[in-house]
Design a protein around this ligand. Structure first.
Ligand code: NAP
Length: 250
């Protein structure tokens, strides 16, 4: 029997039009949450929403470009409206991961990676966490990467942005944890998504470095996110849950 432990909860998932975010949206909806599917691509968003509704779940698409603070704030407002005045679960999943030598990153590359990977979660939490704290309950899951913990050539920009997100998790535990808001991190290893399709064999080569020896499927990451978002994790705060096939353990 499918657990419906998230019945009545409103969950905002960023980057839910693709990959890990889409799998997370589907799983949270299966567990009873009203899922707000955020992304820029309305066609992909409609597809994710339709799949959830076909299975009897509740979902709506909210369009937002996370590169600007105004648009992030607008997303928070729209999500709160669609959620009937509140958001109970925030999954900061949207992320971009351009890889390459440090000297080849343009100023705009650096700005965009930090806008989407660091500032957008920051502003979303600024908008949504105070209301969660006022209600005395909420769950925030930040989606990081193994590249935030390991020195990887070509991942300085991406890894550093996600390391900032890891630190935001710890800071927000101190800030909002005492008022009932749990904040945690899921740190995936290489995962087969629309975004990593372009990596071709490089994804498998990267995955081969881990004991599991293969890339993850998005659903395997979604399970960890859903766990941290739900009441089964009621005493878990500030965890960094590595879902990386063992890569960061060795
Ligand atoms: P993906 O398939 O590349 O999809 C990225 C998602 O982020 C899409 O839904 C996209 O939505 C959204 N997005 C990108 N730029 C955006 C912007 N400016 N405004 C709003 N939304 C934006 O992603 P993924 O591979 O599933 O990765 C998801 C998360 O996991 C990321 O944070 C990534 O860093 C992390 N991660 C992934 C892997 C992996 O191997 N896949 C490994 C470790 C960590 P639209 O296109 O609709 O805007």
């Amino acid at each position: 029997m499918t657990s419906v432990d998230l019945a009545g909860r409103v969950a905002l998932v960023t980057g839910a039009t693709s990959g890990i975010g889409a799998a997370t949206a589907a799983l949270l909806a299966e567990r009873g949450a009203h899922v707000l599917v955020a992304g820029r691509d309305a066609a992909r968003g409609a597809h994710v929403v339709a799949a959830i509704r076909t299975r009897g779940g509740k979902a709506d698409f909210v369009a937002a470009d996370l590169r600007t603070a105004d648009s992030v704030r607008q997303l928070a407002r729209e999500a709160t409206g669609l959620g009937g005045g509140h958001v109970d679960i925030l999954v900061n999943n949207a992320g971009i991961y351009p890889l390459g030598p440090t000297e080849r990153a343009s100023r705009s590359d650096v700005d965009t990676v930090y806008d989407v990977n660091v500032k957008a979660p920051f502003y979303l939490v600024a908008e949504l966490a105070p209301e969660m704290a006022e209600r005395g309950r909420g769950a925030i899951v930040n989606v990081s990467t193994q590249a935030a913990q390991k020195g990887m050539a070509g991942a300085a920009l991406y890894g550093s942005s996600k390391a900032a997100l890891d630190q935001l998790t710890r800071s927000w535990v101190a800030e909002y944890g005492p008022r009932g808001v749990r904040v945690n991190t899921v740190s995936p290893g290489p995962t087969r998504t629309q975004g990593t399709a372009a990596m071709g064999d490089d994804l498998d080569a990267l995955a081969a470095e881990a004991p599991a020896g293969r890339p993850a499927e998005p659903e395997e990451i979604a399970e960890a996110i859903a766990y941290l978002a739900g009441d089964s994790a009621s005493f878990v705060q500030g965890a960094l849950l590595a879902v990386d096939g063992g890569r960061t353990a060795i």
